[in-house]
Design a protein around this ligand. Sequence first.
Ligand code: SF4
Ligand code: SF4
Length: 437
Amino acid sequence: MRAEPASRGRGGFEALDACVHCGFCLQACPTFLATGDEADGPRGRIALMRALEQGELAPDDPALITHLDRCLGCRGCEPVCPSGVGYGRGLEAARATLARIAGVAAAARAALWVLTTPGVSRVAYAAARALRATGLPGALAGWGTFRFALGMLAATKPEGPRRPKTADDGPGGVASAVPGRLGPSSAVLLFRGCVMNGLFSHVHDATIRTLAVNGYAVRDVAGQGCCGALHAHAGLLDDAQALARANVAAFGEGPDDTAPIAVNSAGCGAMLKDYGHLLGDPGGERLATRVRDVTELLSARGPVAGAPLTATVAYDPPCHLLHAQGIADAPLQVLGAVPGLRFVSTPDASLCCGSAGLYTLAQPTLSRAVLRPKLDSLRAAGATVVASGNPGCLMQLGAGLRAAGIPAAVRHPVELLDGSYRKAGWYETNRGRAKAV
Ligand code: SF4
Ligand code: SF4
């Protein structure tokens, strides 16, 4: 049976009704700052979306399509809006309308198919990892579209050699036998996703280890898949719902069906937390309430401090963590558990980096225009590590830093905590038990 729509009634357009055209959101909009065009800002786009809903603009209107396509969907306009406009909800409704009537570009559909279809994506990610291992993507990275894509791939490379699997590692590499230090462990389930699992499995490993040190027993869940965020952002709500239902079935059944779901990708976390809206049923609502960003889980336990590391760190919050989930402090608490780090702040940290899922590939010129000021700030701050908790941000920032010749690495916050714990001796095992120092 065909899935119910994500929203009934006006399909989400009603979230835009509160807009009073004050313009307070303009300076928080990266695309408006890049182009200076009112139609590339939230206020102008809201006018376009209202016209679409009311039939004043046709779905194939070139200006409508251009300016909505240029929106990053970063939701940076939401927290600064005094009227509480639900811009993201309205954008989702508008894009779903366009996708239903005018269709979605074949290239976008093909990219989604390759990146998120099990079997197909497994081959694609294996090929990408093999290319990454040659070192060529890093050597050839630069500003052109193809060279920037190589830089994005190079940015997924783990720091140093991978930790070898041990007998303590359970199926899927989950270190289920490593106990936490803080009393009895509580169970959490790991959301693996598609891009994270294909290119950032080292972040999953770091997530499992750091959670274990902080008293969580991480378990794998069979049958899970892509969260559907990329599909929802493209307006393909039926596809997103199908993926969501598969995840609800995977995480919603079995002995751990009340356990928190640990997510280390901000984009996936925001989508999973929105399953109640996407599916409009109790199963989606129930799953959404269990979703936690990994930094939320870690900060709830402190987290335990590790050994000192030396780096100058700029934290760049992912839009889907800061704006969509409202999580600001937890990543800083995770980074704060690593002694020795020197932190620098940049004035435009809360602005989008220009990644935005497929946006960096579909809108390369504007994506780079959004990114460049941020790179200038990072260069001026002297950061040697840029920390961010989302795969797209890590790839975009990593490629940009490399193209701009800035000698800084990109790391997920849990990777830094993991390195700190490793140095502190947390992972030295003795008959399968973690050794405290
Ligand atoms: S979205 Fe909010 S901040 Fe922006 S113009 Fe409308 S009411 Fe003002
Ligand atoms: S979602 Fe981001 S790019 Fe789109 S209008 Fe809002 S601030 Fe601008």
